[in-house]
Design a protein around this ligand. Sequence first.
Ligand SMILES: [Zn+2]
Length: 241
Amino acid sequence: MLPLKGFLHCTQCNRILCGSASKGRNNYYYYYHCSSACGYRKKAEEVNKAFVDELKMYVLNEDSKDVFKIAIMDAYIDATKGETQNKTNYIVEITELSNRITKARELLLTGDLDGSDYKTIKTESEHRIAVLEAKLAEAPVTAVSLVEVERLLDKAITKLTQIDVIYSNFDTYVQREVIGSMYPEKFTFENLQHRTAKVDFLFQLIYQINSSLREKKRRASDRKTCLPILAPEAGLEPATL
Ligand SMILES: [Zn+2]
């Protein structure tokens, strides 16, 4: 009844809204309300409905699935490409610095480098090596293969295409998981009404893809109404390719 409890803040005084029920003649009535003297209070039914309306805008359309998948896979490949390149650069530099120390030691032994210069080169190189080794240790391990990423992504896409159904059919615990994954920050009822609540990057992406495909479809259907209708050649319908 009060899935949004803890996610909403008060429009008037910015406090986190509480939720409670009051008993009517035949039923309980649920409210989200402010605990301060500001007196802000909204019927839970109204707020919950605004959320469900908002949620519908972030359901991944069947048509948008492929574009969404390509966008995420590309972003993953790009991000990990940088990681691999960084690691290679660190290793190359560490090897060069070690060679530099070895070379300096040889020059010291042949008398071509004096002791204090050798010491400076050695200390500087060792310091830099320590920094690079620390960076190498901190660099994330790309242990997840692309096949595994794709498998996880397909699973997520299945959920994202029916997130509104999941939300409506499950209990408050699941509903709160959905809300928490969508909104990185608290929001107000008015944010929901005017779609001004900040949503997570993935949901922003879904919204953009859905909107742009919808727009493309609309333009295509506008064009169709202006053109004579041509039957596609047999075997060339996109569905059969
Ligand atoms: Zn308040």
